[in-house]
Design a protein. Structure first.
Ligand SMILES: Nc1nc2c(ncn2[C@@H]2O[C@H](COP(=O)(O)OP(=O)(O)OP(=O)(O)O)[C@@H](O)[C@H]2O)c(=O)[nH]1
Ligand SMILES: [Mg+2]
Length: 450
């Protein structure tokens, strides 16, 4: 059943820090009057009750059910509207043992709070106008970012730069829409040139939306990452290459053919892109049942990967099997390995020369991998979410239609429809005109405590 976030009057509580033991944990509480509601749990209730907004109060929290102390803690008290959620809010900093956190949350529930749904604090901040949807989604992205670059980009989105641009565009489109409707309502006062004077502003907005749309793939790649599988015949040096990218001896390397059987994967940060790199079993036909199963699984993995690195042993040269593979997978990135060896043959056209043994060519290979991934050439500064990208694209298409209609001298009611559609899409993006269902879906993706 889908959970609704509508009731923002209830007092909600959740652990805001990750589960598990740590030095400190934060238990977050929000809702109108929540400070008074839980003051009874404080050994000296008046200290919490009388605390000013944005102040810290230290004290012992007592479980109201048995009168036993839960923890000696610090409460950061916020008063509406000056709090992250816009509501009265208390962030309890406790000792970070799971038992303490569980006991404190239970005590707060006994005092009249309920456990928060995922993303419910963020939802309240959205309702209070503390953050629009683009910023709220950036909070979620910030917690999911796996590389420094993705984190920095989410922080910039959280700073509201993109939001401000979208709000500005929307209000401009609404203004043009209003002008359009005046022309429709009072055709007798026909203004010279109709909406022609608005075309430069509309084209500027179109350019901005096109740029935002084009930047999506780059942002998505830097947030979500990609799967890159290393393939090739046995002994090509796949595991050696895999280990070099990881900077650790993770996969077993040996001169024996068919060393890797179970595929192995690991996360690496490549030029700010979180990659899952997969080492696979060398491709050959074999009578060994276990190795054959490894080859079968490797092939499945290659089909699912975003990019395949196909490694050829330069000392062995290109074999028919290599040619067959590359013919079937022309999108694979070709790697010519073992260039350090005196026996290594000349590098065929289209191959990236490397030596997994001494690392030569790896910087260029890394850049080639990035360039080959969808969005790799872009930056992290677009909107990363699929919903967001679809809305930007919808707004762009509607605005483009509106411009084309004006240029072709089409009736203004057509233009008005397209302008309305464009501004509605932008409104959904910031959340201004998003439906409750959409909001539920977005916020329920967040973690509890966010
Ligand atoms: N000279 C040289 N030898 C290499 C290089 N890369 C790998 N080798 C050697 O080639 C042999 C095979 O390396 P692996 O990394 O195990 O090859 P693989 O492709 O994973 O092989 P399988 O798991 O059997 O499919 C080992 O003896 C490595 O030391 C290289 O760049 N230069
Ligand atoms: Mg191997």
């Amino acid at each position: 059943m889908q959970q609704r976030y509508i009731d923002v009057e209830e007092l909600i509580v959740a652990q805001a820090t990750p589960p598990g033991a740590s030095a400190l944990a934060i238990v977050r509480l929000a809702g109108p009057g929540c400070v008074d509601a839980v003051a009874a749990g404080f050994q000296r209730p008046e200290r919490l009750r009388e605390a000013r907004g944005r102040s810290l109060v230290r004290g012992t929290f007592i479980d109201p059910r048995d009168g036993k102390p839960v923890d000696d803690l610090v409460a950061a008290v916020f008063r509406a509207p000056e709090s992250p959620t816009g509501q009265d809010q208390v962030d309890f900093m406790t000792h970070g043992s799971p038992a303490v956190v569980a006991a404190l949350v239970d005590a707060l529930v006994a005092l009249g709070c309920r456990r928060a749904l995922p993303g419910e604090f963020s939802f309240r901040a959205f309702v209070a106008g503390k953050a629009d949807l683009v910023e709220s989604e950036a909070i979620d992205e910030l917690s999911r970012a796996r590389t420094a670059e993705a984190r920095a980009a989410a922080l910039r989105r959280l700073g509201g730069g993109v939001s401000a641009e979208i709000w500005r565009m929307r209000s401009e489109l609404l203004e043009i829409l209003a002008a359009c409707e005046v022309l429709l309502d009072y055709p007798e006062d026909e203004v010279e040139g109709g909406l022609d004077g608005r075309l430069p502003a509309m084209r500027a907005a179109l350019d901005a939306l096109s740029a935002l749309s084009a930047a999506h793939a780059g942002a998505r790649l830097r947030l979500e990452g990609a799967r890159v599988a290393v393939a090739g015949r046995t002994n090509a040096g796949k595991s050696s290459l895999f280990n070099r990218f990881l900077r650790e001896e993770r996969s077993i390397v040996s001169g024996e053919h068919g060393t890797t059987r179970d595929w192995i994967e690991a996360s690496v940060d490549l030029e700010g892109i979180p990659l899952v790199l997969q080492d696979t079993a060398g491709l050959r036909s074999t009578t060994d049942a276990i190795e054959a199963e490894g080859v079968r699984r490797s092939r499945l993995l290659l089909d699912a990967a975003d990019l395949v690195l196909y490694v050829v042993d330069g000392t062995a040269g290109l074999a028919d099997d290599d040619r067959d593979f590359l013919e079937a997978r022309p999108d694979a990135l070709r790697v010519w390995n073992k260039t350090d060896s005196a026996e290594c043959g000349p590098v065929p056209a289209g191959f990236h020369p490397v030596s997994a043994l001494d690392g030569i060519g790896f910087q260029d290979l890394a850049l080639a991998i990035v360039a080959k991934l969808p969005g790799g050439a872009g930056s992290a500064d677009g909107l990363a979410g699929e919903r967001q990208a679809a809305l930007v694209e919808a707004a762009r298409a509607s605005l483009s239609d509106a411009i084309a209609s004006i240029e072709a001298g089409e009736p203004l009611d057509l233009v008005s429809l397209d302008l309305k559609a464009a501004s509605d899409s932008l409104g959904e993006l910031t959340g201004e005109t998003a439906s409750p269902d959409v909001l539920d879906t977005i916020f329920s993706r967040f973690c509890v405590g966010k």
